[in-house]
Ligand binder design. Structure first.
Ligand code: AMP
Length: 654
């Protein structure tokens, strides 16, 4: 244990059924800890006989244990969380899926029996297995932080009963961790988004947490009860939970794999009966057991990767060489996948319906105020869409759904240790929010100190002819140029039909909701294309940092304004030069020689200034640049008239 004067941070641990993570609250924000680039520790432990180890057995935790689980099924323990604090009887339904032996221990408690190759065995309690994982996480945290870690907040599912919670505490103790608090996973997810961490938290706010992982689905409805006092934290009451312990992303992998297997079988049967897999008959069509285990495993991994690709892209092409000369090739579209998985998504919504009904008397007519997505399977676009439609609010996706629970556990740890008090738990937006515009300038949509919720929209367009995609860089800060602000994220609006510069009508909307989550959406009106991004702007900001940014903006105010003005002048003058240049080429011979020479000289002068300004903005006086642009505009009036009459004539003739 650490000395009392330096108890170290209170880390937050997401002790999951399949994966575990540890996070810490530091410098105003929670972050997931990692060593050597690895942060996710699979919740898998392998036992190995080793005469040199205490008790003659050593453990291997995480990636290695997971990767070789098929090789050592009898002594690799996964999903121990399903056994935590449960009797053998209670756990019976889970046993067929575990792959190792489960026996009855003291007081009827479920235990895993680890069987070694020499026939010897040993019994381990789920608490011991979990302790091994917690010890691994503790070690990871200590090496990431460079200091000792003795205290943790650990999360558990909202439906865990007292025995399951106590077992989790015991696991912590065995791992040398003082579990200062057990927090419900959905509550942690809400804390990660800053819900309930503000002193002014609104009473009765309800939050639905939709958690769809690889093999389990949970939905919870929470209600926030504010502390009522300054500095105190609010608490969450779990109004209802529902779910399915056998529903998750794995089901989607299976659907894809069955489809591949069926089609591969058809191909083999149809084209080359001799290549038929041993023992398979037509009736067993898509039965995977017709394939050898190595092929089945490969197909499973492949199915998952196709699924993940379809979360990003509209289609994924698949090519598997089956045998000499025989190739299975096809394209799977997202639409096709969505049709296939609709019943699966609807099953989760059925549980959401039950949870909402159970919470009904507390919800009143208002419904839920916010929906948080947790778990890797919530990256599936259909899931996001249908959950949003079901609850009637845009779900929160700003944080990584695999990390949000650990991040929230760290926030709770930060609150308990006092570390979180200096962070930005306020209802004002502390720094301005905007987007990058041409020339590296920043257009601010929401100015600092606006109160949340806040909404702003602005119209933009393209600067180049035929541009079919627009990158939107979302920025935070008080300075005028992109390089002096903090980028919160970039997204792309693509699929815009080619149009001349300035014609697309891009509406960008910023919405900061009551919880401080920023939703940016971009909509090109002519094509109807949309794209968006969500972020939590205050993550990673401390009060000190906000003050520094503010001070700097004052110091640089004058030169920043100049620079912004020059950037705008460069953009606008370039468009003018392009337009005038094109018309001069077409209609120049209809101007008097004097006027034409005049125009050519002014074009050269403005172009020269722009080139200099591009190289070094300080080398040009903005008023002079402005004047040169105005002079050129005035000198081109005649050319504009000619051009307009030409185009009118063109219209009349056409
Ligand atoms: P979790 O249990 O929360 O780690 O979630 C794991 C599940 O999320 C697995 O079924 C993964 O295949 C699934 N998953 C992870 N990333 C994606 C993605 N980009 N698209 C679809 N499913 C994903």
């Amino acid at each position: 244990m650490n000395a009392p004067e330096d108890k170290g941070p209170i880390v937050g641990i997401d002790l999951g059924t399949t994966n575990s993570l540890v996070a810490v609250f530091e410098g105003g924000a929670p972050r997931v800890l990692e060593t050597g680039g690895a942060s996710i520790v699979p919740s898998v432990v392998r036992y190995e006989q080793d005469p040199a180890a205490p008790g003659g057995v050593r453990t291997i935790v995480g990636d290695d244990a997971k990767a070789r689980a098929v090789e050592f099924p009898g002594r690799t323990i996964s999903s121990a969380k399903r056994l935590m604090g449960r009797s053998l009887n209670d756990a019976r339904a889970d046993l067929p899926y575990l792959g190792y032996e489960v026996v009855e221990g003291e007081h009827g408690q479920a235990r895993a029996r680890v069987v070694f190759e020499d026939g010897s065995s040993r019994e381990v309690t789920p608490q011991e297995v979990s302790a091994t994982i917690l010890r691994e996480l503790r070690g990871l945290a200590e090496s990431a932080l460079g200091r000792q870690v003795g205290r943790a907040v650990v999360t558990v599912p909202a439906y865990f009963d007292d025995a399951q919670r106590q077992a989790t505490r015991d696991a912590g103790r065995l791992a040398g961790l003082d579990v200062v608090r057990i927090v419900n996973e959905p509550t942690a997810a809400a804390l990660a988004y800053g819900i309930g961490t503000r002193a002014d938290a609104t009473s009765g706010e309800t939050v639905a947490v939709y958690d769809l992982g690889g093999g389990t689905f949970d939905v919870s409805v929470l209600r926030l009860t504010p502390s009522g006092g300054e500095g105190g934290t609010s608490f969450f009451q779990v109004l209802s939970t529902a779910g399915d312990t056998r529903l998750g992303g794995d089901d989607v992998d299976h659907l894809l794999v069955s489809m591949f297997a069926r089609e591969i079988r058809a191909l083999m049967d149809g084209e080359e009966p001799r290549l038929q897999v041993a023992g398979a008959t037509k009736e067993r069509g898509n039965d995977l057991s017709a394939f050898p285990p190595s092929t089945r495993r490969a197909l499973k991994v492949f199915g998952e990767s196709v699924k993940c690709r379809l979360s990003e892209d509209d289609a994924a092409s698949v090519r598997i060489e089956i045998n000499e000369g025989m190739v299975y090739e096809r394209v799977v579209t997202r639409d096709e996948l969505e049709t296939m998985i609709t019943p699966w998504v609807e099953r989760t919504l059925g549980a959401c319906g039950r949870a909402v009904r159970d919470a009904r008397e507390h919800l009143g007519s208002g419904g839920v105020d916010a929906v948080i997505l947790v778990g890797g399977s919530t990256r599936v676009p259909l899931v996001r869409r249908r959950v949003g439609e079901f609850f009637g609010v845009e779900p929160y996706t700003a944080l990584d759904p695999d990390r949000v629970v650990a991040l929230g556990a760290a926030v709770q740890g930060g609150i308990l240790s006092g570390e979180a008090t200096g962070s930005l738990l306020l209802d004002v937006i502390p720094l301005s929010l905007g987007v990058e515009t041409a020339g590296g300038a920043v257009a601010k949509l929401i100015v600092r100190n606006s109160t949340a919720p806040a909404r702003a929209t602005e119209m933009f367009s393209t600067g180049v002819d035929g541009q079919t995609s627009i990158k939107i860089n979302v920025l935070q800060g008080e300075r005028e140029m992109v390089e002096d602000c903090r980028s919160l994220g970039v997204f792309e609006l693509s699929g815009i039909p080619p149009m001349p510069a300035g014609i697309p009508q891009l509406e960008v909307e910023f919405l900061v909701d009551a919880n401080g989550v920023l939703l940016v959406s971009a909509h090109e009106r002519r094509s109807g294309k949309r794209a968006g991004l969500q972020v939590v702007p205050n993550h990673g900001l401390t009060r000190d940092e906000v003050e520094r940014i503010e001070r700097e903006s004052f110091t640089h105010a004058r030169e920043d304004m100049t620079r912004h003005r020059i950037a705008d002048l460069i953009t606008n003058s370039s468009l003018d030069l392009k337009w005038i240049g094109e018309r001069l080429e077409r209609f120049g011979d209809r101007l008097d020689a004097g006027a034409r020479e005049d125009l050519v000289a002014q074009i050269a002068s403005l172009r020269g200034m722009i080139d200099r300004a591009r190289a070094d903005w300080r080398s040009v006086e903005p008023n002079a640049l402005h004047a040169a642009k105005e002079t050129l505009d005035r000198a081109s009036v005649r050319l504009q008239e000619i051009s307009i009459s030409e185009s009118l004539r063109g219209d009349a003739e056409g």
